[in-house]
Design a protein around this ligand. Structure first.
Ligand code: C2E
Ligand code: MG
Ligand code: MG
Length: 587
């Protein structure tokens, strides 16, 4: 373990110096053993002993130790030559080297000093002398490493560490097939502030901004599925003047990186009080995502930095991805999000209804309410395109309440208009299902509408029910207590097992439409549908087939004793006026 890794583990309680890797090169194995034992008694535990000096360089290059204890007189490569090679090696030139020498020859010592030896120890080695030298040398190394790897103003790791960390991060992202996000952040007004208010004020601004950034970075682990693997999931670096870099390992998608950028930008905007002066700052952020940019560390950095410069030249206080493709997608997403926020108030949401038919009588016995977003006269967006965003932004909660109350209102209106009472199915999102306030809100809506709760079926997809069985069963029971029926939607796409399914308080099973896509070429699909019908019947559940498009499919279902069907064969989802026409009148 080298000094850099030690710093990553700075929380460790034992003196981190004791984790130092110490290499001993000596042609006498007993000397090495003695030195090792003396140091072990002091708590050191990482040793590499090399008897054959010709192998030493290779080991040093690979292991990058913290300290080398080197004998001068050896048969293969002499200590002098090894020391010279170490000092000439780009990655080893700062490695502290303590010379172990029995010679009292001062000329040898001078030559070794000339070659860059750090210190000397006389053989035979005195244990306390040895420990003192080793401890002092490592302490001095840790201090210079700290200067070399940390920014003195913000105390954040510096550019040097960033490059190392980025390289490791890219290797790990490649290895684990993960995404990595690099955010290049520059304070827009930093230079102006240091120039006009002085460098010390500039330093204070940096410290305060660092504090705000750190709070956000600390929270990143709690955002969700960031796995903490070998390294911390997010690392903040101060690379230069007003420039920072945030490295996010194993980000689930571009979206999380954008969310963090938004929060960083927000955190900067609020006023800073620096030595009694109010300072207002903004920043420009460029984001590069691996593997989209799929380059080496320098390319990644450059891409993020170019995107950041672009933001800056457009007035700052914003962020950009380095890839145009992501920017366009993201822009669309942001637009959708802000439009969706207004959609409810502007009455742009609609419910379409798809008839559900008794498979034997071919009469409409119910409808499924399916959400549509009428953005303008010409544009209607389907739920697959916006439910995801509504869920992420929690907008699904008010939207879901609107859906239920509109569906109940419509059902009551049809009944008042003299139509036969039918069932109404409404889809639930996992976000609603997890929301503890939902049952109470639903109860209010149902009560207000005046409809019979029995006519209402709430559809829950199979995947929602898969984990945390006990909690799911409780949540389902709370819904059942409202008097409604429960259906498991898109059945066959998850992995429910029979014994689990048996314990759920469900009334209806809806066979996913994907099974009907290749129904006639695929004997397996047919066998599965038959099995699902059988399963559903044996659990006393109503069986509904979704996505029925042909007469042949329908015939198969009639023979297989399915109960209900819906699909384009009879009707696609239609607006309420059209459905009204289809509904039979009550006698
Ligand atoms: P779902 O609940 O499985 O709804 C059935 C989907 O199948 C509907 O898509 C419907 O238009 C489509 N479909 C109906 N018959 C056929 C057919 O014969 N062939 C084919 N290929 N498709 C057919 P839609 O309306 O686009 O809705 C997609 C999904 O969005 C729904 O799947 C449901 O999961 C979700 N969704 C719709 N409305 C809401 C809502 O109000 N709240 C929530 N949380 N999700 C909703
Ligand atoms: Mg459904
Ligand atoms: Mg479905």
């Amino acid at each position: 373990m080298n000094q850099l890794d030690l710093m990553y583990e700075s929380q460790e309680e034992v003196d981190p110096q004791l984790n130092a890797t110490i290499v001993i090169v000596d042609d006498e194995p007993t000397t090495m053993e003695v030195v090792k034992v003396f140091l072990e008694e002091a708590g050191y535990h990482n040793f590499i002993l090399i008897e054959n000096s010709s192998e030493a360089m290779e080991v040093l290059e690979q292991q990058r130790p913290d300290l080398l204890l080197l004998d001068l007189i050896m048969p293969e490569v002499s200590g002098f030559n090894l020391l010279k090679a170490v000092r000439e090696h780009p990655n080893l030139k700062h490695l502290p080297v303590i010379i172990l020498t029995s010679s009292s020859n001062n000329q040898d010592k001078l030559s070794a000093l000339d070659l860059g030896a750090t210190d000397f120890l006389a053989k035979p080695v005195d244990p306390s002398e040895l420990r003192l030298r080793v401890r002092n040398t490592l302490a001095a190394k840790a201090y210079t490493d700290h200067l070399a790897f940390y920014d003195p103003v913000t105390r954040l790791p510096n550019r040097h560490q960033f490059m190392e960390c980025l390289e490791k991060g890219l290797a790990s992202a490649w290895h684990h097939n993960e995404k990595l996000a690099l955010l290049s952040i520059e304070l827009d007004q930093f230079k102006k502030i240091s120039d006009t208010l002085g460098i010390l004020t500039g330093d204070e601004v940096l410290r305060q901004i660092t504090g705000r950034f750190k709070n956000i970075v600390k929270g990143i682990d709690m955002l969700g599925p960031f796995d903490v693997n070998e390294y911390a999931p997010a690392n903040l670096f101060h690379v230069d003047g007003g420039e920072f870099v945030l490295l996010m390992q194993n980000v689930p998608s571009e979206h999380e990186a954008a969310m963090i950028a938004v929060r960083l930008l927000e955190s900067i905007r609020s006023m800073l009080l620096v030595e009694g002066t109010e300072v207002y700052m903004t920043a420009s952020i460029g984001i590069a995502i691996y593997p989209t940019e799929n380059g080496d560390s320098l390319t990644m950095l450059q891409m993020a930095s170019t995107a950041k410069d672009f933001v800056k030249s457009n007035g700052g206080d914003s962020f950009q991805f380095s890839s145009n493709q992501i920017n366009t997608q993201y822009q669309r997403r942001i637009n959708l999000e802000s439009m969706l926020r207004k959609a409810l108030d502007r009455n742009e949401l609609r419910l379409y209804y798809q008839p559900q038919l008794n498979i034997h009588t071919n009469r409409i016995v119910g409808v499924e309410a399916l959400l549509r977003w009428q953005v303008d006269e010409a544009t209607m967006i389907s739920p697959d395109e916006f439910i995801g965003i509504a869920e992420e932004t929690q907008l699904i909660i008010p939207i879901g309440e609107w859906v239920l109350s509109e569906a109940c209102r419509q059902l009551a209106a049809w009944q008042r208009a003299g139509k036969e009472p039918i069932r109404m199915s409404v889809n639930l999102s996992p976000v609603q299902f997890e929301n503890s306030e939902m049952p109470a809100a639903f109860k209010r809506i149902i009560d207000n509408s005046g409809i019979d709760a029995k006519l209402l079926t709430l559809e829950i997809t199979e995947n929602m029910l898969m984990e945390n069985a006990e909690r799911k069963i409780e949540a389902l029971n709370r819904l059942k207590a409202l008097g409604v029926k429960l259906a498991i939607d898109d059945f066959g796409t998850g992995y429910s097992c029979l014994s689990y399914l048996k314990r759920l308080p469900l009334d209806e099973l809806k066979i996913d439409r994907s099974f009907f896509r290749d129904f006639f070429e695929n004997t397996k699909s047919r066998a599965l549908v038959a099995t699902m019908i059988y399963l559903s019947r044996s659990l006393n559940m109503l069986t509904t087939a979704e996505g029925v498009e042909t007469e042949e499919q329908l015939r198969f279902l009639v023979e297989g004793a399915c109960d209900l069907y819906q699909g384009y064969l009879y009707s696609p989802p239609v607006p309420p006026e059209s459905l009204y026409e289809m509904l039979p009148s009550a006698e």
